[in-house]
Design a protein around this ligand. Structure first.
Ligand code: ZN
Ligand code: ZN
Length: 351
């Protein structure tokens, strides 16, 4: 290369650098005008009594294969800020205080004796009859019964049963959550590569998949949605079609949780009974973290207004909270629609 060529190449290069510098600075300006606030996870929000061991920082592989510093949060899925149950009422005369709730069509219903009696009308199917002639309601009353009724292919002996599993069946559970300390947005999906981790990709719902054989352990990756400050997990949607198909009902308690023999106590609805972090403005209160480290907030703000400008994942951005999610209504059987960020991991084992 002679001197002249070298010089023109240099001029070209510096011109290129100027362009890219301009592009960078314009990108930065764009960011500072939009989503520059990234709020790290605050481990002090978690209720100490709900932890099996102190929260630690560990390197952990995220959903995209990269490694990042995560909080390791170990719990036994037992809330300390509210009681668990009741789930199934025992008699048709029982009031709402004796049972939990059920989700249908975006609404929640009290599961009292009258609701159980009315099921054939409610679901327009005469085969529903969860009770005996004397008004006693059929309830799974042992760990074995709970397991048989919670299988994907419900044991026919438990058709027309109200299914409930008790805390004593799963009290030896140990849940480990790995949540990135600093949430990191995952690359947006493209047409060719639509692999953003999504709640729809959940592998660990209430019932182990066929062939999975009901492992004593839990799933992994982003198989759950997030964690409440009491250490209990927010789960993917309950498989209500599967539950109803076998004429069973698996009510949630008034706090939106119930127990699965393989996964312990978990939530399918946020009903406002768990620890909240009230905000300084009128914004909805915070109720936990999603598995990507972004905050989970209630649906309604202090003026009972729903958030505006939510994206398809149920998230939006503001200067105070950074990007964050607002959970869906309690009867919707869904907290959020997917993750914006790279997710950490989750395991459940029995000790
Ligand atoms: Zn469930
Ligand atoms: Zn918000």
């Amino acid at each position: 290369m002679n001197e002249k060529h070298a010089k023109s190449a240099l001029t070209y290069l510096s011109a290129l650098m100027m362009v890219s510098t301009l592009m960078c600075s314009s990108t930065n300006n764009y960011n500072s005008d939009s989503e520059d606030q990234i709020i790290p996870v605050n481990p002090e929000y978690f209720i100490e009594e709900g932890l099996l061991e102190p929260i630690t920082k560990v390197e952990y592989q995220l959903s995209d294969g990269t490694t990042a510093l995560c909080y390791k949060i170990v719990t036994n899925s037992t809330p300390t800020d509210h009681q668990m149950g009741p789930w199934c009422p025992t008699h048709l005369d029982d009031g709402a205080d004796k049972g939990g709730i059920w989700m249908e069509g975006g609404k929640i219903y009290d599961v009292d004796g009258a609701f159980i009696k009315n099921l054939s009308t409610f679901y327009k199917d005469a085969k529903w009859k969860l009770y005996q002639e004397d008004g006693t309601i059929n309830i799974t009353d042992s760990k074995e019964a709970c397991e048989a009724a919670a299988r994907p292919d419900v044991d026919p002996a438990y058709y027309n049963y109200c299914v409930q599993c008790l805390p004593s069946y799963t009290e030896s559970i140990k849940q480990v959550f790995y949540i990135p300390i600093t949430p990191m947005a995952a690359p947006p999906p493209t047409d060719q590569n639509n692999h953003r981790p999504s709640a729809a990709h959940a592998v660990r719902g209430d019932r182990p998949r066929r062939g999975q054989g009901g492992p004593p352990g839990g799933g992994g990756g982003a198989s759950i949605i997030g964690i409440a400050f009491n250490g209990v997990n927010f789960d993917p949607p309950a498989p209500t079609a599967d539950i109803l198909k076998h004429y069973t009902l698996a009510p949630l308690d008034d706090s939106g949780g119930h127990i699965n023999p393989h996964a312990g106590y978990h939530y399918h609805a946020a009903t406002g009974n768990t620890k909240k972090i009230k905000q300084k403005d009128v914004h909805a209160a915070m109720i936990g973290y999603a598995m990507d480290g972004y905050g989970l907030f209630e649906l309604l703000d202090e003026k009972d207004q729903e958030p505006v400008g939510l994206d398809e994942l149920r998230g939006h951005y503001d200067k105070v909270r950074g990007y964050h999610y607002h959970v869906g209504p309690a009867g919707g059987n869904k907290f959020i629609n997917g993750f914006k960020g790279k997710t950490g991991g989750y395991t459940a084992t029995f000790q």
